[in-house]
Design a binder for this molecule. Structure first.
Ligand code: MF3
Ligand code: CO
Ligand code: CO
Length: 275
């Protein structure tokens, strides 16, 4: 229940794990092309993690209470799949949008990050959803500073999504992370400003909004993992692992190919400007 505060040593470990997770996404980006299957993407990522990085793919055999062991090393969620898409023989085609979600373990520490990829040219609507979702994640990250609350993060995300006619998935959330994959606190992607836990330096957690073009409701497929939108509308997700610093935030899942690397350290935004 108590939220762990990371030591300087822990933070060094989290920086390394975060960079390595992001580098898996850099590595896989050029392979995301029409004709590739999601299980080929999984295999390429798995081999890179295990053989090149010497990291452990945290999803493989991950088994939270009430689940069957996750059978693959990354999650690949296509189009109306919201999250936890299980890689398989599905062939990606031009116009698809794909989320690849990578979690590595290095020296006992977890780094967790995901990005959206366009498979060939995406429709204007699909691009718009992916861009809105990326902005939602960043509106959340920019709230992170000592004294701010989890509700501030959730509110910033929800407000931007709904202002753009999109909806926030409620059933899944960001999470504390460190030596444990999913630990307290739960980081909801909706909420009220000033509510919920207050942030302190040394906390590490993910911000990973799942935003739907249509209605927010989701359902789980028979594989026991893959989550899809009930109305089959498109869904997008971006994820970073973030550290609360004295000044504001540091994004830990950053690497040379991060599309947003230049924004990864920041001071608190003014509370009134942010609202
Ligand atoms: N990486 C996901 C997250 O962001 C969790 C995936 S759990 C798995 O929390 F078992 F599906 F891999
Ligand atoms: Co993830
Ligand atoms: Co996560």
């Amino acid at each position: 229940m108590a939220v762990s505060i990371k030591s300087a040593h822990d933070i060094e470990g989290m920086r390394l794990a975060g960079r390595l997770a992001s580098e898996v996404l850099d590595f896989i980006a050029p392979y995301v092309k029409p004709g590739v299957t999601t299980e080929e993407i999984d295999r390429l990522c798995h081999d890179y993690m295990v053989n090149v990085q010497q990291t452990i793919p945290a999803p493989l055999n991950y088994c939270p209470p009430g689940y069957t062991p996750y059978p693959k090393s990354v999650c690949t969620s296509v189009n109306h799949q919201v999250c936890h898409g299980v890689p398989g023989p599905k062939v990606l085609k031009s116009g698809d949008i794909l989320n690849v979600d990578v979690t590595v373990i290095k020296d006992g520490y977890h780094g967790d990050t995901s990005r959206m990829f366009y498979v060939g040219p995406a429709s204007v609507g699909a691009q718009r959803l992916c861009e809105i979702t990326h902005a939602c994640m960043w509106k959340g990250i920019e709230q992170v500073a000592p004294g701010r609350t989890l509700g501030d993060i959730g509110h910033a995300i929800q407000r931007h999504a709904e202002a753009n006619g999109c909806s926030v998935v409620r059933e899944f959330c960001g999470h504390g992370i460190g030596k444990v994959f999913h630990e307290d606190p739960q980081v909801l992607h909706y909420g009220r400003p000033g509510t919920g836990m207050r942030l302190s330096p040394g906390m590490t957690f993910t911000i990973e909004p799942m935003i739907n073009a249509g209605r927010p409701e989701v359902r789980e497929l028979a594989d026991g993992w893959t989550i899809v939108t009930k109305d089959h509308s498109l869904s997008a997700q971006w994820e970073h692992t973030v550290l609360v610093t004295q000044e504001g935030f540091e994004v830990l899942t950053v690497s040379p190919g991060s599309p947003d690397w230049q924004r990864c350290q920041g001071a608190a935004v003014d509370a009134t400007m942010a609202s």
